[in-house]
Design a protein around this ligand. Structure first.
Ligand code: NAP
Length: 253
């Protein structure tokens, strides 16, 4: 049987998909897997295999990292809304001729019974709320709250993974700290108990946080949902298996 030197694969991570892929690759003797996290949360869950934490210093920093560590393939499994790192990865991999794929969960799509307003910018969302909402669930990242804090006539339920610091000056708000997955029953109870008329969220996709959309549909709650930002035109895998098949196709592993 031929003996291979392990081939180095970099996963740009921070998502469930990235953790799942790392745990498969970390079990393989023919692969050295390095997961990269930006490290913004206080105690990030660590993926299996090697982990590096922190930015690379733009596309040039990432290109230098790929060269220095002999990386032979890159999988951009960052969150659909983490667009900058996606562009940096495309530019860096182009410079050093390392194959790159995007591992991404498909976007949610509206179905019959949904009342969605799709927007590209939080300021557009705030303008819609100002005219049409009174009790709003903000299911957003803690850094995305500021554009809503001037809407003094609206009562907000803010749900985020970590406490906003500093907290923008909301006049009337309750905060819930929680990380998905959430069930439809829990989401229904939450929307009912707080008498929510509108949800604001991103089109993150995936099953961990889609229950709020089903509950909103049942209860006739409007959803103001942000479209995904544009990313580089790359091959896309939507599952671990597809990412592994791609890896086999661009390497001999
Ligand atoms: P971003 O706007 O695309 O990236 C900002 C900067 O953070 C990048 O230029 C890069 O710094 C650094 N960076 C981002 N992801 C990195 C990674 N995996 N490893 C090393 N450096 C990384 O991203 P973001 O929206 O701030 O998100 C940051 C991270 O949080 C991502 O890894 C993403 O998967 C995760 N996340 C984001 C969201 C979201 O809604 N945006 C939600 C859940 C998880 P340098 O230019 O210095 O290399």
């Amino acid at each position: 049987m031929p003996v291979f030197a392990p081939l180095t694969v970099l996963i740009l991570g921070g998502t469930r998909e990235a953790y799942a892929l790392a745990s498969v690759l970390a079990g393989r003797p023919d692969i050295r897997v390095i997961s990269s996290l930006v490290g913004r949360t206080a105690r990030p869950r660590l993926p299996q295999g090697e982990v590096r934490i922190g930015g690379f210093g733009g596309e040039d920093g990432l290109a230098a990292y790929l060269r220095e560590h002999g990386v032979r393939a890159v999988i951009d499994a960052t969150h659909p809304f983490a667009a900058r790192i996606g562009w940096n990865a495309a530019a860096a991999c182009g410079k050093v001729a390392v194959p790159l794929i995007r591992l991404e969960r498909p976007a949610w799509r509206p179905v019959d019974g949904d009342d969605w307003i799709e927007i590209d910018d939080w300021h557009d969302a705030a303008a819609i709320l100002d005219k049409r909402a009174r009790r709003v669930l903000l299911a957003l990242g803690r850094q995305e709250l500021a554009p809503f804090s001037g809407l003094d006539d609206i009562w907000f339920l803010i749900r985020s993974v970590e406490a906003p610091r500093p907290m923008p000056p909301f006049r009337r708000a309750e905060i819930i700290l929680a990380r998905g997955p959430f069930s439809v029953t829990d989401e229904r109870n939450l929307l009912r108990s707080r008498r929510i008329d509108t949800i604001v969220c991103k089109n993150s996709g995936g099953q961990a946080t889609d229950a709020k959309l089903a509950a909103a549909r049942e209860l006739g709650v409007r959803v103001v949902i942000r479209r995904r930002p544009t990313r580089p035109d790359l091959p896309i895998a939507i599952s671990t298996d597809e990412a592994l098949a791609w890896l086999r196709s661009v390497t001999d592993r």
